[in-house]
Ligand binder design. Sequence first.
Ligand code: NAD
Length: 239
Amino acid sequence: MKKTALITGGSRGIGAAVALKLARDGFIPVINYLSSRERAEKVAADTGGIAFSADVSDMEQVMDMINTVNKKLGGISLLVNNAGISYTGLFNDITLQQEKRLWDVNVGGVFNCTRAVLPDMIRNKAGSIISISSMWGQVGASCEVHYSAAKSAVIGFTKALAKEVGPSGIRVNCIAPGMIMTDMTSGYTEDVLCELKDETPLERLGCPDDIAEAVSFFASEGASFITGQVIGVNGGFVI
Ligand code: NAD
C-alpha cells in the first residue's frame, strides 16, 4: 500500500520540490497550502496527490485537514513541517504582531500539525516527522533574531520529541537549510547573493531540490536507525 505524506506549505519553493520528490519515492503527497490554491492544485496534479487548504497556525483548520485526509487516504505516515515565514529587521523594529505571527506559524504550525498526526502514528507504532528549520536556527542571524529563535525551537522540538516517541516506532528529524533560492529569498540583492555564494565552500547557492533530497533520505528505510538528528544542507556555509 502507498504511504501518505503531508507537506505543509507545499504549493511552491521547497515544499513543492519535496512533494515532487516524495511522489517519485512512492508516497501520495497531501499538499497543504495557505492561499495559493491554483499552485497547490497544480502540484497535486503533477504528483498524483491532493491539495488541502489550512493555516497551520490554526489548530481547528489543521484538525479539519487531518480528519478529511484520514477519511480519504486512511492516515498520514510522513509529516513534513515545511510551512514558514520570515521577517528581516533589527530586533526592536519587528512589531509584536509580526513576532506573534512568526512564532504562531513557524513554531505553532509545527506543534499543531504534529499534535494532529501523532495519535494515529502512535497507534500504528510507525511514522516519520521531518521539520524544516534553518542554519540560522543553528548559529543565529543578525536582523533575523525572531526567525533564528523560532528555527532553534524547531531543533529543540525535534530532539525532545524523538526521545519521547522513539519507543513508539516514530522517527523525528530536522533539516537546517542554508541559502535556498525561493520566493522567501527573492528580496536579496544580486550583491548580497554574490557575497553569500563567495562565503559558501561549495561555491553555489542552494535550490529546493537540495532540500528535497535530504527529506527523501530521512523518509526512507535507509534512515530507519536515524532519529533526533539535524542535517545541515548549506554547501558548507555552516560547519
Ligand atoms: P516560500 O515562501 O516559497 O514557502 C513557504 C511556504 O509556506 C509557502 O507555500 C507559504 O504559503 C507557506 N505558508 C506560510 N504560512 C503558512 C501558514 N500559516 N499555513 C500554511 N502554509 C503557510 O519559502 P521556502 O524557502 O520554500 O520555505 C520553506 C521552508 O524552508 C520555511 O520553513 C523556511 O523558513 C525554510 N527555510 C528556507 C530557506 C531559504 O533560503 N529559502 C532557508 C532556511 C529555511
